[in-house]
Structures are given as structure tokens and as C-alpha cells.
Design a binder for this molecule. Sequence first.
Ligand SMILES: *Cc1c(COP(=O)(O)O)cnc(C)c1O
Length: 401
Amino acid sequence: MSHPSGRHFLQIPGPTNVPERVLRAMARPTIDHRGPEFARLGLELLALIKQVFKTKHSVVIFPTSGSGAWEAALVNTLSPGDKVLMFETGQFSFLWQEMAGRLGVDVTYLPGDWRHGVDADTIESKLREDREHQIKAVGVVHNETSTGVASNVAAVRKAMDRAGHPALLMVDTISSLASIDYRHDEWGVDVGIGGSQKGLMLPPGLGFNAISEKALAASKSARMPRSYWDWQAMLANNKNGLFPYTPATNLLYGLRESLAMLHEEGLDNVLRRHRRHGEATRAAVRAWRLEVLCLNPAEYSSSSTSVVLPPGQNADELRKLILEQFNMSLGNGLGRLAGKVFRIGHLGDFNDLMLAGTLSGIEMGLELAGVPHHKGGVQAALDSLAEAAKGAHADAAQVHG
Ligand SMILES: *Cc1c(COP(=O)(O)O)cnc(C)c1O
């Protein structure tokens, strides 16, 4: 097999493209994780990561994929048999509630249609019915990566407050952190769950729990068996910048670099860039006369877009063809969406021309695969990007003029 020339386009919604700066930052000798140099790194990172979650409280970092951070959130705050409310948004909410069930939690999984986000009113009425406050936690996925639907977490918080219910609020921010606005403290989230390989532009391998005071208090009496995931040992060591076991040192070098990059660009600008790329992507899909899976414009995801193919068309064959012809990986349909949709990741280290290349590969792929569509998707996206650039240019001229 000959070597494919040029760069691979990794346009799945995570893992995302790891920038050269991060790769170079990780290519350094691993140091003593109990020594003074590591302690300084640990203290620095544990302080900086709070800004990304928009919290003043503790954030812990585990060497794990995102799923481990899900488990950590559950086992630190709950006891066997506790009732938990979760909302079906797609494959990731499904997997999370399945994990909770396997751990011995009594899950009520509120049904959804995989085309809308969390319905806060349903959560409110379920909590109102629970007069004895047996429900200990509500768990929702902020950005459902399988569907490209971003739920309104603030609305869930308000619904819980209106119901006057003391349950903890746990939010999976794995594909929204540093790509879609997430406000841990302002929204009163008790456990925010993150991962390294999406908006944070790192390889897989780090998982995060942002922990409110209420969640920390709950962990003191929670009886779920836990050892590796235990927050107490982690927090005690973190006071000095250290970890209870060997941390993923080189990924932490990478995290320092990615946090510096987010800081240099400015988190608000990062979020704005993701919104712009989401809009341009949807402009392309509309011009192709294909369907965006997300039905509610207020819930469009800025980190990924799921595209529905016309009946009888196989999305996996399209993706295979695009990989072979154009060396680009697109996300597959997960769970019940297998073969029916493909997913475009537009999060992380990404810019206008990378999006233009991505959409060009898709438009050529649609043609080659014989998927019925209209031309002009790429042009529509370019127009959308140019319009946004003009707007930003005018704003800057006003500020400087
Ligand atoms: C990627 C992702 C996960 C799973 O993370 P892993 O690292 O594969 O364990 C969970 N939830 C959401 C929303 C995700 O996007």
C-alpha cells in the first residue's frame, strides 16, 4: 500500500486533531511524579483547568477515557440502590445510564427521540412527583455527540430549582468543554464530567470531574464501593500538586500547552469560532438538501453535526469511500443511527480552511457515492464563513477606529 500524501483529515467528533504545539510539548522526558517539578506542574494545571469549567471549586484529573470520569462521578456521590434520573438524548446518554445500572443504581431513563435535547419540563414534573426526595441525582449529557444536539443545562437547573428538589445535577461535558459554553458554577452543576480528546485538543487519556461543594459533601456519605476513582485520596494529594498513583505525566504536559492555547485565543473567541463552524457546516448541509439530524435550531451543536442520508443510502459506504479517496475520517452513526447518518466533527484545533477542505471531501464523496444531493454546499459554507469574517472585521475596525 502506498503512503497517502498530505495530512489525514480526522473529522470525527473526537478524538480531534492534536496540534503540533501539544505534540511537541508532550515529547519530553517523563519526570518523577513525586518530585518538586511535578508538584509545580500539578498545582498550575489544577488551578488553570478550573477556568475552562468556569468553576472556583475543585477539578480532579484521572488517567482515563471519558467513561472512567462518568464512573467516578457515580461512585463518589451515590450509594447502591439510589434512584437517579437520566434523560435519553442519544447513544452517550444510553451508555451512561447503562453503566449506572450495572453499578447498582436504580435508573429512571426518561425517553427522548434522539433529535431533541433534554426536556427540562419532564424533569421538573418527575422531580415534583418525588415528594420524599428519593431521587439522588439527575444526569444529562450536555452535547450529545451521537446526534449533534446540545441541551440547555441552565434550563435543567431552573427546572430542578422550581421543583425545589435537592438532587445532585451531573453533566457530561465531554464534547462541549472548550467548544460549547459550559458554566459549572453559574448553572449549579454538581459534577461536571470531561475528557481530554475533544475540545481540549489532546490525545485520549485524561478524564475530569468538576466537583461542587454539595457533591463533595455527598461523597462523604456515599457508600458505592470505590478505590481508584475515590475523590478523597485524589483531593488530599492534589493539595500539593500530586496524585495518589502515577498520573499521565506526558498528557499533563500536553494539557499545559492546550490550556495556554485556549488562553491565548481567549475562551470566548474559541466558543465563537465553534459557533461559526457549526453554522457554516449546516449551511452546506442545507444547500446539499440533506437533513441535519437536530430538529431544534436552539439546540444545534457547535462541536459536531449529524447528517441524515436519504432513505436507501448507506452512510457507512459513503464514509468508507471518503476515507479511501480523500483520506478523511468522518464519524459513524451510533446505536440506532448506524448506517443512517454520518457525523462531521468541527471541534478542537480547527479553522476555516480545514472546514472548507472537510466539506469539499464530503461534497465530492456524495457525488462519487451517487447520493442524491444538490451541489453548492461548499460554496454556501464559504459564504457563511466570509459573512462571519466581515462581521468580525467590522467589529475590530470599530474598536480600533
Ligand atoms: C466521547 C464521549 C464520551 C466517551 O468518552 P470515552 O473517552 O470514549 O470513554 C462520553 N460522552 C460524550 C458526550 C462523548 O462525546
